[in-house]
Ligand binder design. Structure first.
Ligand code: UDP
Ligand code: MG
Length: 316
């Protein structure tokens, strides 16, 4: 019998877990031809999430959990889960039930047809602010333009991955992971399913504006050096304009003499250039920062507790 791991990263999800477990059990009980492992990753929760996980584990031995030593962020929590997932296929699911477990049977069907990466695309996003919807819309458009690979819009982490794809993802040990891009980068046979994103079952979103902004920058800088090129192009354009203006100023001085003037234009040009230089420095800084993190070669996460069967190869 094939084993399917359902991998759920959880950060302060004490109120979602029971409901999630019920919904998952309803779903898995209809698929008796598979064995399921529910792997909960506790991403350094501050509430009773871990106790809830322990409770579920005692009640049901197919639920195991992996507890990280602190909050490492969803990207790293997912990597940890992928490292420790035992299944022939792994399904990534959010704990808040925004991704309906009822779509899973359909995913498995497609997997059996030979697809390695069955991902779910949101048809709608209920219960999210217009700001989040609008910024998500524009972000994906910008990312498409910049990134060297094709990252589909409105696709989150909710998906089924074949063992082959899971191993590929685990072999990519880069820092500041942008998993959404890595899914595209690894390739393999992909299949898209549509679903309606539901509002959160309980609690609040754990992703604040700064986290999302950081993730957005990571997405662009980890898959493209286009911003660096943009900086060079900007430099060329501005110095060309400056050169034309220079010729104009010299000609004007020679022809009409030079009454000292032009303080306002001078100060605005200096401020404008200063601003551009700071932006470009910031862009370069983003990439230098990535090199900085990469060169330290710290582990992506630390495990404090685990009760599944897998021995992680990198473990000392
Ligand atoms: N999550 C996590 N670590 C974090 C933030 C979030 O493991 O630092 C988990 C969270 O528990 C949930 C999933 O990632 O299962 C998605 O988070 P959330 O629902 O807050 O994000 P949103 O759906 O608003 O993008
Ligand atoms: Mg959510």
């Amino acid at each position: 019998m094939k084993l399917i791991t359902i991998l759920i990263p959880c950060f302060n999800e004490e109120n979602s877990l029971d409901l999630l477990y019920e919904r998952l059990r309803n779903m898995t009980s209809q698929l008796s031809q598979y064995r399921f492992q529910i792997l909960l990753v506790n991403d350094g929760s501050k509430d009773n999430t871990l106790a809830k996980m322990q409770e579920l584990h005692t009640k049901d031995s197919t639920v195991s959990y992996l507890s990280l030593s602190r909050n490492f962020g969803k990207e790293n929590a997912m990597l940890a889960g992928l490292d420790f997932a035992e299944g022939d296929a792994v399904i990534l699911l959010d704990a808040d039930l925004q991704d309906p477990p009822e779509l899973i049977p359909q995913m498995i069907e497609e997997w059996e047809k030979g697809y390695d990466d069955v991902y779910a695309r949101r048809r709608s996003r209920a219960g999210e602010t217009w700001f989040k919807k609008a910024s998500a819309h524009w972000y994906y458009r910008i990312l498409q333009k910049f990134a060297d690979i094709d990252i589909p819009s409105d696709v989150g982490d909710f998906r089924l991955l074949d063992r082959q794809a899971v191993d590929a993802l685990c072999s990519l040990r880069e820092r500041q992971r942008y998993t959404k891009g890595l899914f595209s980068w690894i390739g393999y046979n992909k299949k898209e399913l549509l679903f309606d994103r539901e509002p959160r079952a309980a609690g609040n979103s754990k992703m604040n504006f700064l986290k999302l902004f950081g993730l957005a920058v990571d997405g662009i800088t980890s898959f493209s050096v286009a911003p660096l090129r943009l900086a060079s192009i900007l430099g060329i354009i501005i110095s060309s304009i400056a050169f034309i203006y220079l010729v104009f100023v010299i000609a004007k001085t020679l022809l009409f003499g030079d009454p000292v003037a032009g303080y306002p234009s001078m100060i605005s040009i200096i401020l404008f250039m200063g601003g551009i230089q700071l932006i470009v420095l910031g862009i370069i800084g983003e990439y230098v920062g990535r090199i900085f993190y990469e060169s330290k070669r710290r582990p992506d996460y630390l495990v404090s507790e685990y009760n599944g069967n897998k021995v992680f190869p990198g473990k000392k």
